[in-house]
Design a protein around this ligand. Structure first.
Ligand SMILES: CC(C)(COP(=O)(O)OP(=O)(O)OC[C@H]1O[C@@H](n2cnc3c(N)ncnc32)[C@H](O)[C@@H]1OP(=O)(O)O)[C@@H](O)C(=O)NCCC(=O)NCCS
Length: 315
């Protein structure tokens, strides 16, 4: 009987090992997003960006892999790497799904990184190792799609990803190639963000905050999600939230630059922020009536709001 990956993912998300482990992780080299939970949200945003190109069954398998692949890093770290976190993820996933190829993907998801590291040290690609990988994976398209999702994050060398995809295609053909890289990189932090990355926002405001003030707004917010254009590093859209961390959150700002609108970016930023705040009872925002259908599509319900605005206090 085929595995229902949505049911399996719901069981994973309810599992205490998953719920504890995803909180692990501080911002560090290669992972400025910090926690495994933030890494998962980033990859979910990547998956949403390519989902129109993939079969729903593959999408469900990739989403399952997104939630499991790094979840046992804390235990691998605690055991001083006696067992690789990919192997631990494989063992955990095997409790929920019977899909040998997906289990192989989980076990071997960091092979591209290892191949790249060896290449940097030795100056040559370990073709045998790459061939062994290509032999063990049945669905090469699915594997390469996952590699893209897992590597398309701030703080990782995107040339490494392009190098791996080119090398992988030379060993074994696939429908996946570098054209599949998502349009935007999502991040929940301010790594490599400076005022110059933030121009063009607050469109239509009589006296818009400066880019420096914009950066201070992002720094002072409890949560931010940015969508960046990889080629330029510029921010194309952002969303902020303030929260007490216990019960409630408020979303003061969401904006997408005019030239990036109408492609789903505003909706995706909103959904990622809602997912980031998913442990909280209430999430509120204030918007003009014309935007209510947009927010309704993201899961909000219309209500009444009261507000004070002091235009002379905009920095
Ligand atoms: C609202 C906003 C973030 C949407 O970003 P986006 O990337 O275009 O969002 P999506 O592509 O996911 O959705 C676009 C849909 O939003 C709706 N929408 C966006 N702005 C709208 C507006 N001013 N009035 C009515 N509907 C609007 C439309 O239905 C639009 O669909 P269309 O592209 O078919 O016309 C963007 O328009 C923006 O930055 N506006 C200015 C700032 C703003 O109003 N922020 C919200 C503060 S509460």
């Amino acid at each position: 009987m085929p595995v229902d990956f949505e049911v399996a993912l719901a069981a994973v998300q309810a599992d205490p090992r998953y719920r504890t482990n995803i909180r692990f992780g501080q911002p560090r080299s290669g992972h400025p997003e910090g926690s495994i939970a933030a890494h998962i949200l980033t990859l979910e945003a990547n998956l949403e960006q390519i989902r129109s190109r993939i079969d729903p069954a593959v999408e469900a398998r990739l989403r399952f892999a997104i939630h499991v692949h790094d979840t046992f890093k804390p235990e691998a770290t605690a055991s001083k790497g006696v067992r690789d976190h990919g192997e631990l993820a494989r063992d955990f996933a095997a409790e929920f799904v019977d899909d040998p190829d997906l289990l192989n993907l989980l076990e071997l998801h960091d092979e591209p990184y290892r191949l790249w590291r060896d290449w940097v040290h030795t100056g040559s690609l370990d073709v045998e190792r790459l061939s062994r990988l290509a032999d063990r994976i049945v669905d090469w398209d699915q594997y390469l799609a996952f590699v893209i999702l897992d590597s398309w994050t701030a703080g990782k060398d995107l040339e490494k990803l392009r190098w791996f995809i080119r090398s992988a295609l030379a060993i074994r053909p696939s429908a996946i190639n570098v054209d599949w890289l998502p349009a935007y990189i999502f991040q929940n932090h301010l790594f490599e963000i400076e005022p110059a990355s933030l121009t063009g926002f607050f469109e239509g405001w009589p006296s818009p905050p400066s880019s420096e003030a914009h950066l201070r707004i992002l720094t002072g917010s409890d949560r931010v999600w940015l969508a960046r254009v990889p080629e330029t590093g510029r921010v194309a859209g952002f969303i902020t939230a303030l929260t007490d961390g216990v019960l409630s959150a408020y979303i003061p700002l969401l904006e997408v630059l005019p030239e990036h609108r109408g492609r789903g970016l505003g909706g995706l930023l909103t959904r990622v922020m809602l997912a980031d705040l998913s442990d909280l009872y209430m999430v509120d925002l204030v918007c003009d009536a014309e935007l209510q259908p947009f927010y309704t599509r993201q899961g909000f319900r219309a209500g009444q709001a009261m507000s004070v605005r002091r235009y002379d206090r905009i920095p």
